[in-house]
Structure formats: structure tokens, C-alpha cells
Design a protein around this ligand. Structure first.
Ligand code: FNR
Length: 366
């Protein structure tokens, strides 16, 4: 069996991961009842990818409050019933040898949209379509085709921090091993981080200290209730590629002020109408993750973006020195991405970690 970085186990706090391939959080828009209650789709989708060999299976953006859902069909975690629904998914994911991660999220001004409608460009649902009033740090939207958002009062900000913490407690009770805070892609935390949308004049805005306050309070509140043995992870847009907005230097700097965070997933983008970043392609976001790993060698850093093969993933880990890769669309196409990556890298039967039920998949091999 060859030695690879991709299939080397990793231990973070009390959690051991079997390899370095994570299922990226991906909204499924699957809850037709619009109640935020995870259903058999989440069980099947996440369960298949746990059986397919991912070491960490992360839920789609899971809203800490109903008004924070990206679409009306998103999963939420704002009540005990939501917790119970997710507990069933967690149990199955763990039974397949994978760790279960939850991505907690609040979309802020980007809430209440219909991402799958024809011609979709991030537009808000109308009231007749079931849309709702959205909130943002200063009533300024991150992209222009959204319905007007309302600036949050200080009380609303503090209540919102409480929503994150309460959702973290539910995530723990549901059995999740890893909690990922969604601070990327132009959603509410990112709306606080960047001066483009955060033009508040109180101490939740203004300078770097003010703009990072909402995130710092969320992290501190969550770390207080999230068990000591469980890793805490953050997903950032390492850069949103907008001049004068949130940069890789800011991402690296804020990590000096987030004690208790163990893992960072580095994505990009989400602010502004026109994309001005590097041409998307294999590994195009990895330099951002590499920079974070260089600046913060003690953090467990994962990268993401257009990783489509085991060989590419292995080479990326060797070349960049980062710790893991999140796989998005390639994992939609192929739930067995890790198992097939193992085959590609020369693991031979019986080392191919197909689910036990699929042992015939490798025999006879033709
Ligand atoms: C996403 N992405 C995403 N990101 C996130 O942080 N939370 C989410 O809920 C979603 N939802 C989502 C849905 C769908 C259908 C796609 C395709 C993507 C972004 C995703 O996690 C990943 O960063 C990108 O897809 C880039 O990785 P790939 O697809 O190039 O491997």
C-alpha cells in the first residue's frame, strides 16, 4: 500500500479523521415543506458520501435562525425538533466511519433567495413567493439584486450571537463531531467583516476590531458551550477579490484573535456583482489556503475548489503543505470520490475502503 498524504489519518483535539478528504458544505434546496427540518434527502445524500469514504461529511449551510436561510428549502437548527432530525443523519454518517460536521450559517441580506430558479442571479423571493424581511449590518447589500435589508440594532446583533450559541448546543446534542462557522461567501458574518457592507458607526463596525466583533463574540460564545474534545472550524472567504474589501491579510490577521478555533477552510468570493478574482480552475483558491497554513502552522487548514481527482488532490497536499481538501461538485457527481481516489493512488484490494456492503464492487476487477 503506497504512502500518501491524502489517506494519512489526522487527529484534531479528540477526533481522528481517517483521511484528508472532506465533503464540502452544499445547500440541497430539498425541504419542500419549508420548515428547516432535515429529511430523508439529507440522510441519503450525506449518508452515501460517508459510505463513499469521506473522513468528514459537512452538512449544507444550516441556519441558526429561520430568517437566516439562504432559501426557504434550507436546513435549520433553531429548535429541538431540528436537532432530532439531524441526530438521525449524524448517527448514520458516524456508523460509516466518517465524522459528522455541521455548517452553521446565517445569510443576512442574502437570505430568502431562490438559487435554482431559471435565470437566477441571487435574487430575493418576493412576498408572494414566501420571501421575508432580511437583515444586514448597515442596510447595505453585498450584491445589488437583493431586496432591501434592514440594519440590525445592537439588541438584534446580541440576540443573533445567542442564536449561534444555542444552535451550537443543539449541534452538540445531535452528536456532531465538528462545528463549522460559515463566515464566507458574502453571508452575514462576511457582511460584518467587510467595510463594503459594514458601515456601522458603533463598535460593531468601523475599524478591524469593530468589524470582527460579531464573529469574535460568536466564536467565544460557541467555544464556551462546544465540548473541549470537539474541533471548532471556520470557513472564510480568504479574499472576496474586491478592492478595499476583505483580503487574505485580514483573514490571516483575524485568526490571531479567535482562540479555540482549530480548523480553517479557505474559500473565496461572495461580495460584489462582478467577479474580479483569478480565473476559476483546478486549485485556483489553494494559494489562499497555503498562505493561511504558512502564517498559522498550528491550525489545521483545508482548501477547496475544482479538485476532481485523487492524483490532483494528493499533489495539491504535497505541493501546498495544507492539511486537507474539501470536495464540492465532484462529490455531487460521485459519492465514492474518496474510495475511487484511493484506487487511483494505487491502493489495492483489500485496502479499498468501499462500504462493506459493496465488497463485490472490486471483485472481480474488470
Ligand atoms: C455550494 N457551496 C456552498 N458553500 C458553503 O459554504 N455552504 C453551502 O451551503 C454551499 N452550498 C453549495 C451548493 C452547491 C450546489 C454547490 C455546487 C456549492 C460551495 C461549495 O462548498 C464549494 O466551496 C464550491 O462548490 C467549490 O468547490 P468545488 O465544487 O469546485 O469542489
Amino acid at each position: 500500500v503506497p504512502e500518501t498524504r491524502l489517506f494519512a489519518p489526522a487527529t484534531i483535539r479528540g477526533l481522528t479523521l481517517r483521511n484528508r478528504l472532506f465533503l464540502a458544505p452544499m445547500c440541497q434546496y430539498a425541504l419542500n415543506d419549508r420548515d428547516g427540518l432535515a429529511n430523508d434527502w439529507q440522510l441519503t445524500h450525506l449518508g452515501a458520501r460517508a459510505a463513499g469514504g469521506f473522513s468528514l461529511v459537512i452538512t449544507e449551510a444550516t441556519a441558526v435562525a429561520p430568517e437566516g436561510r439562504i432559501s426557504a428549502e434550507d436546513v435549520g437548527l433553531w429548535s429541538a425538533e431540528h436537532e432530532d432530525r439531524l441526530a438521525r443523519v449524524v448517527d448514520f454518517v458516524q456508523s460509516q466511519g466518517a465524522a459528522a460536521g455541521v455548517q452553521l450559517a446565517h445569510a443576512g441580506a442574502k437570505a430568502g433567495t431562490e438559487p435554482w430558479l431559471p435565470g437566477y442571479r441571487g435574487a430575493s423571493l418576493s412576498a408572494e413567493q414566501g420571501g421575508w424581511q432580511t437583515f444586514s449590518p448597515a442596510g447595505i447589500n453585498p450584491v445589488s439584486n437583493l431586496a432591501p435589508s434592514t440594519a440590525m440594532s445592537r439588541d438584534q446583533i446580541q440576540d443573533s450571537v445567542g442564536d449561534w450559541v444555542a444552535a451550537a448546543q443543539r449541534a452538540d446534542r445531535a452528536g456532531f463531531d465538528v462545528l463549522q462557522i460559515h463566515a464566507a461567501h458574502g453571508y452575514l458574518i462576511h457582511q460584518f467583516l467587510t467595510p463594503v457592507t459594514n458601515q456601522r458607526t458603533d463598535d460593531y463596525g468601523g475599524n478591524f476590531d469593530g468589524r470582527t466583533r460579531y464573529l469574535r463574540e460568536i466564536v467565544a460564545g460557541i467555544r464556551d458551550v462546544w465540548p473541549e474534545h470537539k474541533p471548532l472550524m471556520i470557513r472564510f472567504s480568504g479574499s472576496d477579490w474586491v478592492e478595499g474589501s476583505w483580503s487574505i491579510e485580514d483573514t490571516s490577521a483575524v485568526l490571531n484573535h479567535l482562540p479555540g478555533v482549530d480548523m480553517v477552510d479557505v474559500s473565496s468570493g461572495g461580495i460584489g456583482d462582478v467577479y474580479t478574482g483569478p480565473k476559476p480552475g483546478p486549485g485556483y483558491q489553494l494559494p489562499l489556503a497555503t498562505r493561511i497554513k504558512t502564517d498559522h502552522p498550528d491550525l489545521f487548514v483545508s482548501g477547496v475548489g475544482s479538485i476532481t481527482s485523487g492524483l490532483q488532490a494528493e499533489e495539491a497536499l504535497q505541493e501546498t503543505g495544507i492539511d486537507a481538501l474539501s470536495i464540492g461538485r465532484a462529490a455531487l457527481r460521485n459519492p465514492n470520490f474518496p474510495v475511487e481516489a484511493a484506487a487511483e493512488l494505487g491502493f489495492a484490494k483489500p485496502d479499498l475502503p468501499y462500504a462493506a456492503q459493496y465488497w463485490r464492487a472490486t471483485w472481480p476487477r474488470n
